[in-house]
Design a binder for this molecule. Structure first.
Ligand SMILES: NC(=O)c1ccc[n+]([C@@H]2O[C@H](COP(=O)([O-])OP(=O)(O)OC[C@H]3O[C@@H](n4cnc5c(N)ncnc54)[C@H](O)[C@@H]3O)[C@@H](O)[C@H]2O)c1
Length: 442
């Protein structure tokens, strides 16, 4: 079966390569000609473990190709996956211009029956709007069906998540379209992946409700961590004991500097907007966003407190710029908010990240940051080191070496990757999240 995937970002490229692996003939289309050129040369526009091997394998066997020519791709494909971006707009809603632009381009290219599968995260009602736009702009009298197929992959393990998802959600009014898409996902049936077949609105809402719930767990444990700091409790023990209750589960109970990334911040915001628009506010999610904002501020307070309230002209070394390990994605990363605050307070900032420096530099050219080749260079002459992303590389730093290179031995560990007792035994001032006021037993 011939398939087009529109958008070669994290979702589109992983889906394109994954569908080629399922045996489909896939054309990945992007309007960004430089991305397509890179991909044609065998280079990926971002770092994602395992993706390069998959892309190389299926370009070599000609099941995967790249193009900027959407019309030609649509003419050849029975099914068109939409994986374009849906960023926040300036009013707290979702900017659907990429989706609607793609829908119009599909419409004018239609020459036969097609199934449009929306993988992008879109507010309730968007899939019906896509259908209306296509019906309005199509040049030939051909049928189109829409399937909402929200994507749940996690950056950093996107390939594995696409190939072995917890579930596949398919929302549609058309049994014909559902049968075609189920056929594409046949390899997942064979590994007994649960399928949720439902209507368009339900599928759209499942994605937002899922992300809002995960964000809720994070903000919840961050508040618990802050309370632990006040009452002399250890949040890691609290989280572990909570997670052992099967009704709660251990995942997403890791306190940290506040959630970031390309999904949770924008999807919680959009979920709040959807609730308002439909007259059914989602107040818990509103609180989750506010707690997250305060948690980011709390990280700046931790750094300034560590240096007696004055960081002007002090050199702060930030380790980790990506919003999480194993990705080069810096969208809404907690490091952005910390570095902005530090610079505004007059600090000098150095930084190191194993994969995200280039991307950070590209996105924030205005930020005066001394980017370094390794953690030790970044820490040289610093008054504090702040761990913002839990890359494995940071878990085993030679702390004695780090200390000799720093002006002051201050370590703020926003990911709780170090053992407080060990770090303090080396003579560091050490702060972390929710476990400093009593000894750790774990
Ligand atoms: N990144 C994730 O982890 C993740 C996970 C699940 C769902 N999602 C959702 O998937 C969607 C895509 O996210 P992403 O992170 O892959 O985005 P992205 O910004 O990395 O990529 C989007 C791509 O679409 C291209 N594009 C935009 N309009 C186009 C058009 N008309 N024709 C061709 N190409 C076009 C852009 O050039 C870009 O390369 C979003 O709705 C997002 O919320 C993302």
């Amino acid at each position: 079966m011939h398939i087009t995937v529109i958008g070669t970002g994290y979702v589109g490229l992983v889906a394109g390569a994954g569908l080629a692996d399922f045996g489909m003939d896939v054309i990945c289309v992007d309007k960004d000609a430089s991305k397509i050129e890179m991909l044609r040369q065998g280079r990926l526009p971002f770092f994602e473990p395992g993706l390069k091997e998959l892309v190389d394998r299926h370009t070599a066997n000609s099941r995967l190709s790249f193009s900027t020519d959407l019309r030609s791709a649509v003419e050849q494909s029975l099914v068109i996956f939409l994986g374009v971006g849906t960023p926040s707009d300036s009013n707290g809603g979702v900017d659907l211009s990429f989706i609607y632009e793609a829908a119009k381009e599909i419409a004018i290219s239609l020459n036969d029956y097609r199934v449009i599968v929306t993988k992008s995260t879109v507010p309730v009602g968007t899939n019906r709007k896509i259908k209306a736009i296509i019906d309005q702009h199509k040049k030939q009298d051909v049928e189109v069906d829409i399937v909402s197929n929200p994507e749940f992959l996690r950056e950093g393990s996107a390939v594995e998540d696409f190939m072995r998802p917890n579930r596949v959600v398919l929302g549609s009014d058309s049994s014909r379209a559902l049968a075609i898409v189920k056929d594409i996902y046949r390899p997942l049936y064979l590994i007994e992946t649960p399928f949720v077949l439902t209507g368009l609105e339900t599928a759209e809402l499942i994605k937002y409700a899922s992300n809002a719930f995960l964000a809720t767990k994070i903000s919840f444990i961050n508040e618990v961590a802050n309370l632990c700091e006040k009452v002399g409790a250890n949040v890691l023990d609290v989280a572990r004991a909570m997670g052992l209750d099967r009704r709660i589960g251990p995942k997403f109970l890791h306190p940290g500097p506040g959630f970031g990334g390309s999904c949770f911040p924008k999807d919680t915001e959009a979920f709040v907007r959807i609730g308002h628009d439909f007259g059914s506010p989602v107040r818990i999610t509103e609180a989750v966003m506010e707690v997250n904002r305060l948690q980011r501020q709390h990280m700046t307070e931790k750094v300034t407190n560590a240096l007696e309230g004055n960081i002007r002209d002090k050199k702060i070394c930030v380790l980790g710029l990506a919003f999480k390990p194993n990705t080069s994605d810096t969208r809404e990363s907690a490091a952005i908010y910390l570095i902005k605050d530090l610079l505004a307070l007059g600090a000098i900032v150095s930084a190191y990240d194993p994969a995200a420096i280039e991307e950070f530099q590209r996105c924030f050219p205005e930020m005066q940051i001394d980017y370094c080749q390794n953690p030790y260079d970044a820490a040289t002459g610093s008054h504090a080191v702040v761990v913002m992303t839990e890359w494995n590389e940071f878990r085993n730093l030679d702390l004695e070496r780090l200390k000799t290179q720093m002006t002051r031995p201050v370590l703020v560990d926003t990911r709780n990757i170090y053992d407080p007792a060990k770090v303090m035994a080396l003579g560091f001032y050490y702060d972390c999240i929710g476990r400093m006021s009593c000894p750790s037993t774990s």
